[in-house]
Design a protein around this ligand. Sequence first.
Ligand code: PEP
Ligand code: MN
Length: 445
Amino acid sequence: MSTTIPSLTDLHARGAAQQPTYPDAAALASVVGELRERPPLVFAGEADDLKERIADVAAGRAFMLQAGDCAETFGNVTAVNIRNALRVQLSMAVVLQYAAQVPVVKVGRIAGQYAKPRSSNDETRDGLTLPSYRGDAVNGLDFNAESRVPDPRRLLDVYNSSAATLNLVRAFVNGGFADLRTVHSWNTDFVRNSRVEAKYEALSDEIERAMAFMIACGVSDDAFRTVNYWASHEALLMEYEHALTRIDSRTGTPYGTSGHLLWIGERTRQIDGAHVELLSRLRNPVGVKLGPTTTPEVARELVERLDPDNEPGRLTIITRMGAGKVRDALPAIIEAVEATGRKVAWVCDPMHGNTYSTEKGFKTRAFPVIWDEVDGFFDVHAELGTWPGGVHIELTGNDVTECVGGVDELDEDALADRYETACDPRLNRNQGIELAFYLAERLRN
Ligand code: PEP
Ligand code: MN
């Protein structure tokens, strides 16, 4: 088990992928110095608790719902947005927990998801080419030269926005907002007010009866009133993640304290790269995204690097193959990982392999195709006898129009109505709950 972490210089020497080029090195150094002095955003003990829950996911005794924005923005840190995000995620979790009959481990893409890897370094509009937007952590979304210059002071805003978000999230999940009865009443509203099939109404009624039964049995109020909820984000920016890495005073070992679960994206999972090196040293639970070009050999190497001690709950593998590829590409990867003797949490991201652009230029994803990848993921695990441990969804609690299909039958023309994402298209609230009801059917069968 490692007790030291590499220096920032060592990490950059590995050619860290997807890093901004800051014009002012002194300003960057000053920000990093300031961040090193700030209190941790999460405690090591909380990360340990999450690791235990993820161990249950890996062992088939729990299901993970990891969901939230593709890219959080500073402007969207409002009470309404945070409340809506929690509301939809908790609603979905109730349905899943009832269907799966195991605890649902609730992990937000929240309170830190401000940096984005990009496929292209620049973006051209009407003949003007500027550096790509890399998330509010790096530069501005506005399409002008000034806004697109990387500004290190934004890293302090990431810290502050994450702290403000976490503060409200903690208050919500412990302060009565997450009461199971309230949360379920949101689902009942959904099934009554939308055109979903009658079987969803039946499922919702069943949950209602189950709750009434528990109350009649005298199940304690606390079990109804509070939930556990964790924060996760892609650990992308070396300066920020390194500055928030702390040695835990209880154990003398390093933890990333910018979030409970940190993951490595599809574009930064080079085996000898900086991201794998840094996260391999942290004691948090960590994740890695695997896309359709991943070979079984690479999957094996990554697992061995990221989970050197074969530790329960340490590693979550988030597969994002695309609906057309998941059934062919996933089995060999699962087999290669299982052959190492490790039990990882297998989580399906049905979003990132299924993005396309409409004729009018909106990046979107189609609900039935998203579902098809989830379905394929379940089929493959059923075939291999492994546990489909969870889903990873880009989702907002707001009524946006970014993904097509679903119960409201959004078509491509409707995308222009409320297309609000700063990066990738998200499911809206109704689409999220609808997905949970679909999943419930799969989990029950
Ligand atoms: C993301 O999760 O927003 C993302 C960029 O995913 P991936 O690394 O899988 O492409
Ligand atoms: Mn995304």
